[in-house]
Design a protein. Structure first.
Length: 136
């Protein structure tokens, strides 16, 4: 069992530099458990780089990744090509522009698929709610 901390990080929204600074200022070690709460994309222009960074980070650190509503919209676009107007209005346009030069290779597909919806580890259950999941 690790003596590290459990750190929750959410709403990165394509801000790679901010993410890197937050991890650096928190002095994250390989003993820490990093729980990412979703919304990795949309907003800032570095969504592909954020996902690549997180994929690399999980090779050296203990990470849990939850899917946010923005991530789900990107995944839907990738699978169907459908661009929801609401998504474009709330940051999706910058993500589409960032991915304009990226081809749909197996590596790209895996980048999107690793984002999961929930996970349980070491007695800790992590889930993320989305406004679209709220019962009326």
């Amino acid at each position: 069992m690790s003596n590290g901390r459990t750190l929750a990080i959410g709403d990165i929204h394509g801000g790679l530099r901010a993410l890197q600074q937050a991890l650096q200022r928190a002095v994250v070690t390989t003993d820490d458990l990093l729980v990412f709460l979703g919304d990795y994309v949309d907003g800032w222009s570095e969504s592909p780089e954020v996902l690549d960074f997180l994929l690399q980070l999980r090779t050296s650190h203990r990470c849990i990744f939850l899917r946010g509503n923005h991530d789900a919209l990107l995944l839907e676009w990738f699978k169907t090509g459908f661009e929801k107007p609401q998504w474009l209005k709330h940051g999706g346009r910058s993500t589409l522009q960032a991915y304009a030069g990226v081809s749909a290779t197996p590596t790209f597909s895996n980048t999107l698929w690793w984002i999961i919806t929930s996970r349980t580890t070491s007695g800790c259950s992590c889930m993320r709610a989305s406004p679209t999941c709220v019962a009326s």
